[in-house]
Design a binder for this molecule. Structure first.
Ligand SMILES: Nc1ncnc2c1ncn2[C@@H]1O[C@H](COP(=O)(O)OP(=O)(O)OP(=O)(O)O)[C@@H](O)[C@H]1O
Length: 361
């Protein structure tokens, strides 16, 4: 058992630079936590705090119940994979993988050979063991860096954007490899990325961060279906969720000339923020139960291969413009520029205009 716990973790550099604010998260054995957020939100700082490369200003880090907050990195039994891979250019693949173990100095030569051979086999590196990093592709270097982490059998794995130097195709391939690999380990993993596809596909849970604070901590599915606030709603999902600020009239929000009933329990405000994902906007005529319809004029069609992304200007009496995007399967046809869109009520997210908080359950 090597549960990792972050308790009220804070890091302050200057009064104005506080990259980690009261972060509390636990990661059990076999759990894969992704820290997801835009550049500068504090992801790498959290990882560096866990690794011991930085000291927290406040709060505690425990591994298997043991407080490691003030321990040196070498005593924490954590393995970290960096974005840059950080391989030794003058050493062979074998020696690079062995480097973590040799430094620890507790294993015999035979044990070291045994562990490296297991890891190289799992990662498909057997043929490359005598090469130097300069003679490897990006994907192979990345595997060596992961191998060096695996061979240590650490209590916790930390990975800082390990796929960001790979091209799109290779990234997809290595992502699937990593998923299989870490599913087979029964060790907590903390993974940092700003790529939501990686977060959604790899993780058992995701912490979405903004400005050093956790905005939502939940399963990838929950974050997609029930974003806790407007930031999470806008950050997770591609194409991005439609987010519209609408006036209210009684228990209805007004989208152009369409009245959309607010769910019971929401006290009618003056204005409300409506969210709906492009993939949930359909064409009228498709079988959509319990939907409101909105008329609009298509001003852009983007062909994404499997789907078409339609940008539609909603038709209404008021002066300001309202735009909606709809993601339709490529075989769905429409006639002319004017279309009727169906917005299923159970797919609509409501947010407080002031705080951004989610209003529907
Ligand atoms: N040593 C430092 N001294 C002062 N400020 C720092 C230091 N390290 C990081 N910061 C600041 O802390 C904030 C968070 O940085 P961090 O690297 O954790 O973000 P990130 O989410 O990992 O970003 P990215 O995705 O761009 O790597 C940034 O505003 C950064 O400029």
């Amino acid at each position: 058992m090597a549960k990792l716990e972050l308790q009220n973790l804070n890091k302050t550099y200057t009064p104005k630079v506080v990259p980690v604010k009261d972060v509390s998260v636990s990661v059990e054995d076999g759990e894969f936590l992704t820290l997801l957020g835009p550049s500068g939100c504090g992801k790498s700082t959290i990882l560096r705090l866990i690794a011991g490369l930085e000291a927290p200003t406040r709060g505690r880090i425990t591994i298997a119940g043991r407080d490691v907050s003030r321990m040196s990195p070498g005593d924490r039994n954590i393995a970290m994979v960096f974005q840059s891979y950080a391989l030794y250019p003058h050493l062979s693949v074998y020696d690079n993988i062995a480097s973590g173990l040799k430094l620890r100095g507790k294993l015999s030569g035979e044990e070291i050979r045994q562990r490296i051979s297991e890891v190289s086999h799992v990662l498909g590196l057997d043929e490359l063991m005598s090469r130097k990093p300069g003679q490897l592709s990006g994907g192979q270097r990345q595997r060596v860096a992961v191998g060096r982490a695996l061979v240590r059998r650490p209590d916790v794995f930390l990975l800082d954007e390990p796929l960001s130097n790979l091209d799109a195709l290779l990234r997809e391939h290595v992502r699937a490899e990593l998923k299989q690999l870490f599913e087979a380990q029964n060790t907590p993993v903390v993974y940092v990325t700003h790529d939501q596809t990686e977060a959604m596909t790899l993780s058992t849970k995701v912490a979405v961060l903004s400005n050093g604070s956790v905005q939502q901590l939940a399963s990838p599915q929950r974050i997609y279906t029930h974003p806790a606030n407007q930031f999470v709603a806008g950050f997770v999902g591609s194409p991005q969720m439609n987010l519209l600020t609408l006036p209210c009239q009684g228990q209805y929000a007004l989208l152009g000339d369409t009245k959309i009933p607010l769910p019971a329990g929401i006290t009618a405000p003056k204005q409300i923020s409506l969210g709906i994902r492009p993939e949930h906007v359909a064409l009228v005529g498709d079988e959509v139960p319990q939907a409101v319809t909105v008329q609009g004029k298509i001003f852009l069609v983007e062909n994404l291969g499997m789907q078409n992304l339609l940008s539609v200007q909603v038709q209404h009496q008021q002066a300001h413009q309202i735009k909606l995007r709809a993601l339709l399967p490529a075989d769905h046809k429409w006639d002319g520029e004017v279309v009727s869109l169906a917005l299923p009520l159970d797919r609509i997210h409501w947010f407080d205009v002031e705080t951004g908080d989610r209003l529907n359950p």
